[in-house]
Ligand binder design. Structure first.
Ligand SMILES: [Zn+2]
Length: 132
């Protein structure tokens, strides 16, 4: 039973990201350090994604919708989303995740559209996902 991965647009994400059951996962690598990020997003760099995938499962406990993105969401974002979906399928327990999404056009599209960005250097980002 392969999980399907769908795309979500920036405006769709903006309208649902206030919900407490959503986690946004940034899989960019070092760019996160000098570009901004989506407020409240988690950082799981694609380069070490597989090594940290079990941490990610723990960190998103209680969430049912995960939104992955990289800079453009063309390569790293979709491939990490797929790796995560495959990992969940191999897990014996149900992690409670109902949908795995990829943000269309990635962080660059999000920022170019003038949507809220955070430039903190906190790990993890403490900005509310809801902040606009
Ligand atoms: Zn931040």
């Amino acid at each position: 039973m392969a999980r399907s991965i769908s795309y979500i647009t920036g405006s769709q994400l903006l309208s649902i990201k206030r919900r407490p059951n959503i986690a946004i996962i940034d899989v960019r690598d070092e760019e996160r350090n000098y570009d901004g990020h989506i407020p409240g997003s988690l950082h799981y760099a694609s380069g070490s994604f597989i090594d940290r995938i079990s941490n990610l499962v723990q960190e998103v406990k209680g969430k049912d919708t995960l939104v992955f993105h990289c800079a453009l969401s063309q390569v790293r974002g979709p491939s990490c989303a797929r790796k995560f979906a495959n990992y969940l399928e191999e897990l014996k327990e149900d992690a409670g995740i109902k949908s795995i999404l990829v943000l269309e056009r990635g962080y660059n599209g999000w920022e170019a559209a003038g949507r809220p960005v955070c430039r903190c250097t906190d790990i993890p980002c403490k900005a509310e996902t809801a902040s606009n």
